[in-house]
Design a protein around this ligand. Structure first.
Ligand code: C2E
Ligand code: MG
Ligand code: MG
Ligand code: MG
Length: 274
């Protein structure tokens, strides 16, 4: 019986692990040249006001267009870059690119706020807030149009430092949102202390099946009541169906982001929407 053969077991897993390591090494050996050759591309996913159907904001999401391997998903390379330190370089590039686009929109389109994703691997560096602020100044963009998304998981182990950082970022005028809210860490108590402007409800809140539908709705309802009472704005992530949209109307969550409205799109397409 092959299944119980320890040798087969070991070689099966080591082959898979070996392939993972090779893939990871490939990504790491290519990342700098990918940056130099402009293979990192910033996509925009609109955030929609469900009452008016208007695009009210957008999130910048990075894509890697590797000429050899095709599109590589951020879900694969971001964790690698978080470990090897390259994410800071990539995220500063994304922010600079977003600000460059925003400054080219001046006088053409009404101003719109764009969010970027940050990582705990570099935000606690001395002078980080000033550095981001200097970038907005260089491009002549008011800080209030740049929204900074910090994931819920960052709040867990760094709460004291994070509160101080968020206060500093807000003093420069940036909007701060808590990304992936409810995706796995208990963040309810943190809401008391984190001076955030916006909560991005994780996709998990919209996913349910026959058995969980009723309870799922009650949970979203309760959370939205709490968020609204606290005076925090909200965005629902991962809206894919009409039923999910109906749920958002029912629970008074007004801003939605998801494939039901738009997928993340290249800049040329996004500018048509503006
Ligand atoms: P996130 O910040 O929570 O971004 C939302 C993710 O959900 C995006 O995946 C988006 O394409 C996807 N999404 C949007 N609407 C729907 C929907 O209706 N259904 C489903 N199933 N998915 C939807 P993406 O672009 O693959 O990015 C994954 C994660 O990678 C992001 O999650 C974020 O944590 C990270 N990421 C992406 N770009 C950057 C970046 O420039 N810097 C950093 N630090 N992280 C980034
Ligand atoms: Mg995000
Ligand atoms: Mg999210
Ligand atoms: Mg996410």
């Amino acid at each position: 019986n092959k299944k119980n053969d320890p040798k087969a077991f070991i070689s099966f897993y080591s082959e898979e692990m070996y392939q993972d390591i090779v893939r990871k090494k490939q990504i790491e050996s290519r990342m700098q040249s990918a940056m130099d050759h402009g293979e990192f591309v910033v996509y925009f996913q609109p955030k929609v006001d469900i009452e008016t159907n208007k695009v009210v904001a957008a999130e910048a999401l990075v894509r890697w267009k590797d000429p050899q391997n095709g599109l590589i998903s951020p879900g694969e390379f971001i964790p690698i870059f978080e470990k090897n330190g390259f994410l800071e370089i990539l995220d500063m590039y994304v922010i600079d690119t977003v600000l460059t686009y925003m400054s080219s929109w001046r006088g053409k389109y009404a101003p719109i706020s764009v969010s970027v994703n940050l990582s705990k691997t570099y935000i606690f560096q001395e002078g980080f807030a000033q550095r981001i602020y200097d970038m907005t100044q260089k491009h002549g963009i008011e800080a209030k149009y740049l929204e900074l998304e910090i994931t819920e998981s960052t709040m867990l182990d760094n709460s004291e430092r994070l509160i101080a950082l968020i206060k500093e970022l807000k003093s420069f005028g940036f909007l701060i949102s808590m990304d992936d809210f409810g995706s796995g860490y208990s963040s309810l108590n943190m809401l008391k202390e984190m001076p955030i402007d916006i909560i991005k409800l994780d996709q998990v809140f919209l996913r349910s099946n026959e058995q969980t539908r009723e309870k799922s709705k009650l949970i979203v309802e309760g959370i939205m009541d709490m968020i609204n009472l606290l005076g925090i704005d909200s965005v629902a992530e991962g809206v894919e169906t009409k039923d999910q949209l109906q749920l958002l109307y029912d629970v008074h969550c007004r801003i939605a982001q998801g494939f039901y409205f738009y997928k993340p799109m290249p800049i040329s397409e996004f500018e048509k929407l503006l």
